[in-house]
Design a binder for this molecule. Structure first.
Ligand code: F6P
Length: 418
């Protein structure tokens, strides 16, 4: 019977555990028994806070070195026992940063292949966010924020000193964990699990993404473009309806652009779901209209006919004077989506975007001809719900039930929460 060990590789805070969880879920969805064996869990159980001291990770520290070796072997034993009892894919979640450690794994494991999965994350914004998140884990409960951060950065520096990328190992795959991309690989072609593991590692993996456009603004009401306008009364009502419709959804993260209208739209949902984490990403700012920012379409037609003509001829590629085209927007929106998905780590998320931004976001999931992108309908009283995993592909547009109609449906003794 085929079985396999998957050993994660990478410096701390590079997305290894997120990918390990995604692998377990993706394999389970296909009926394959996969389990994660985390060196850190064994370490915390055996050594507790003793192993929080950064010097524990110094390769010059004999006690730390031997303890970490012992923990790795113990974890391997647990994984081996589990495979012997009917498990199919044992995922070893650890840094496995040095070649010596990986050689030890290859020599110790017999009977089944070991596939190394190296996670690379070179996006400084994401790296910083991950490091800060890790420094807030229970392991650092007795530290101040700054002391925890310093401690964790010292630990990373010790790992950097011994870290070598995959190269000599028999089977491996190196992925950019922020971009769903294989950088290089030495495939384990004989394993029936390899194609699925590869697909899970680099495919879109989104449990639930709610894509919302901000509510109506003063500029929308006047046919003006760009700027940083506030919502109208109607826009605020749309924002409350959005919150009402999404408040019972299981959502962990909310991303906005840096514009007021995006923040104002998000506010009612944030007020209802205070546990949600939130971040404004400039990558989700609306298409920049350059010299035409703040103008009405009719005014542009009159005063700058060449702009209207250029857009009519090729709206996807035409860039406003000193501004952007949809083709340019696509690059930064794609970067924003990568960041949002990485930070959410597979958990459900909302993005409160804009007309052009949401058009581009949609086409990152749905195939569409470039020339059609700038004409996709993006209403302000509906949201898109997207779910893409290896066994579930959902793409739907849902109308908000307005607060008023919902209020009418509930008994008069209840108070509308809008
Ligand atoms: O009109 C609202 C708006 O978000 C503008 O700020 C932006 O320039 C425009 O939509 C993008 O849509 P289109 O490319 O169709 O003009």
């Amino acid at each position: 019977m085929h079985k396999i060990y998957v050993a994660m590789v990478g410096l701390p805070a590079r997305g290894k555990s997120t990918l390990a969880r995604r692998l377990r879920e993706g394999l389970a969805a296909e009926g394959i028994k996969a389990e994660i064996f985390n060196n850190g869990d064994v370490r915390r159980t055996l050594l507790g806070t003793e192993s929080t001291d950064p010097d524990f990770y110094n390769s010059e520290n004999a006690f730390g070195r031997e303890a970490r070796e012992m923990i790795c072997r113990r974890n391997l034993e647990l994984a081996g026992d589990w495979l012997n009892k009917g498990g199919e894919v044992a995922i070893l979640d650890a840094t496995n940063a040095s070649q010596a450690r990986r050689a030890m794994l290859e020599q110790t494991i017999s009977g089944w292949p070991v596939l190394f999965v190296e996670c690379v994350n070179e996006d400084s914004l994401l790296l910083d966010a991950c490091i800060r998140r890790k420094a807030g884990l229970p392991e650092y409960a007795n530290f101040t924020r700054d002391a925890a951060l310093e401690n964790f950065l010292t630990r990373i520096a010790y790992y950097e000193a011994i870290y070598r990328p995959l190269e000599r190992e028999k089977f491996w795959i190196r992925v950019d964990s922020t971009a769903n991309r294989v950088i290089d690989e030495r495939p384990c072609e004989d394993s029936p699990y390899y194609p699925l593991i590869r697909e899970i590692l680099v495919g879109f993996w989104i449990k639930s993404l709610f894509l919302v456009r901000h509510g109506q603004t003063e500029f929308n009401a006047w046919g003006r473009i760009g700027g940083d306008p506030m919502l109208t009364a109607k826009g605020r009502e749309q924002a409350r309806s959005m919150a009402y419709n999404l408040e019972n959804e299981d959502i962990d993260w909310l991303f906005t652009s840096t514009s007021l209208r995006s923040h104002e739209t998000a506010a009612p949902l944030l007020a209802k779901k205070s546990g949600m984490r939130t971040m404004a990403l400039k990558e989700f700012d609306e298409l920049w209209a350059g010299d035409c920012e703040g103008m009405r379409y009719s005014e542009i037609r009159e005063k700058m006919p060449e702009v209207t003509a250029g857009r009519n001829a090729d709206k996807y590629r035409y860039a406003y004077p000193n501004g952007e085209s949809y083709a340019m927007l696509r690059n930064r929106v794609q970067c924003g989506l990568r960041r949002a998905l990485f930070l959410a780590g597979g958990a459900p998320l909302v993005i409160v975007g804009h007309q052009a931004v949401n058009r581009v976001l949609i086409t990152l999931f749905l195939r569409c001809r470039n020339e059609d992108v700038p004409y996709i309908y993006i209403p302000q009283n509906q949201y898109y719900h997207i779910s893409l995993t290896s066994h579930r592909k959902i793409f739907e547009r849902i109308s908000y039930s307005s607060c008023m109609s919902l209020q009418n449906k509930i008994s008069s003794s209840h108070v509308c929460r809008c």
